[in-house]
Design a protein. Structure first.
Length: 310
């Protein structure tokens, strides 16, 4: 057993006086890293979780959208998800069947209508989220076959493609819009973690969105964000759906094991009175619910700054 002191350059240490946070990246092996976050009264070991937003500019644009938390915008997102589910259901229903009677023409009209509506919603939102996919139709079994985004592609339009059911040559195709799975998952809730995080960033908090934070037990806890500022640390849980008492108790357990200053629950929906009563029993649990617009989030962070950070 030996210990080897690692000395940091004095120019790095000097930053601490200004309240900066050091984010030390420790390389475990070729592809594995963890980070040690430290500063004045701050010490955490974290692992950064993957997110599709890293390589998607349209998702970065979505998160920058002003007042995305407004009811009508949330409805657009939900409608886009619903239309995508409906389009995929029609295609998947027919995918493995051999349908001797021609029956896909009315389905194509239905899909085209849904695709048009999806396109319109994206236009209103100002962000393109779906991807064009090519669905093949086998004129022999009269059913839909795979596309690139939905399932495995049969190959490009310019080459001869075999129907995986009857092995005859695919003779028709049409274009459809749908959501890649990772984007659909992002729209289902992940977006709100990044959305809430941006308000901390605006108020000069250092924020790590979508990370695992190691607790004193050695367990790594999945948290939506870890925010730090001048010795204060907050783990956050962001919910686009309803919060249950079970969610709260799981979150509090994480909080005690991680040993940060506060835990914060951010919920777009109003928390029900029973759960709220339980939340209030925990003085280190900050909550923000019933969010209608951006200023609701920003105001709460300004309050926190006033109360916690001097
Ligand atoms: Zn076929």
């Amino acid at each position: 057993m030996f210990s080897k002191p690692v000395i940091l350059d004095s120019s790095e240490i000097k930053k601490f006086a200004q309240g900066d946070i050091m984010d030390l990246v420790i390389k475990v092996d070729k592809n594995r890293y963890f980070n040690v976050i430290f500063g004045e009264d701050i010490l955490f070991r974290i692992l950064k979780r993957d997110s599709v937003i890293k390589e998607k500019n349209n998702l970065k644009k979505l998160v920058r959208h002003k007042n995305l938390v407004e009811k009508n915008n949330l409805e657009i997102i939900n409608q886009i998800i619903a239309l995508d589910t409906e389009i995929k259901a029609i295609i998947n229903n027919d995918r493995f069947s051999v349908n001797k009677k021609s029956g896909y023409d009315d389905k194509i009209v239905l899909i085209e209508d849904k695709t048009k509506r999806l396109k319109n919603l994206e236009k209103i939102l100002g962000v393109g989220l779906s991807k064009e996919d090519e669905i093949s139709i086998c004129g022999h079994c009269n059913a839909f076959r795979f596309g690139e985004v939905i399932g495995k592609s049969l190959g490009s339009k310019n080459q001869e493609r075999e129907c995986p059911i009857c092995s005859r040559i695919i003779n028709k195709s049409f274009d459809v819009l749908c959501l890649p799975n990772a984007i659909k998952d992002f729209l289902a809730g992940e977006w709100f973690e990044f959305y809430a995080s941006k308000f901390f960033e605006l108020n000069e908090w250092k924020i790590f969105t979508r990370v695992y934070v190691f607790g004193s037990s050695g367990v790594e806890h999945e948290v939506d964000f870890l925010a730090v500022k001048k010795g204060i640390s907050i783990i956050g849980e962001c919910k686009t759906g309803n919060i249950t008492r079970r969610d709260v108790s799981n979150f509090i357990a994480k909080y005690y094991d991680i040993n940060c200053t506060y835990a914060m629950l951010i919920s777009i929906n109003r928390v029900d009175p029973g759960t709220l009563k339980y939340i209030r029993k925990n003085p280190n649990l900050i909550y923000l619910d019933n969010i209608k617009k951006d200023s609701n989030i920003n105001k709460k962070i300004l309050q926190l700054d006033k109360a916690l950070v001097n």
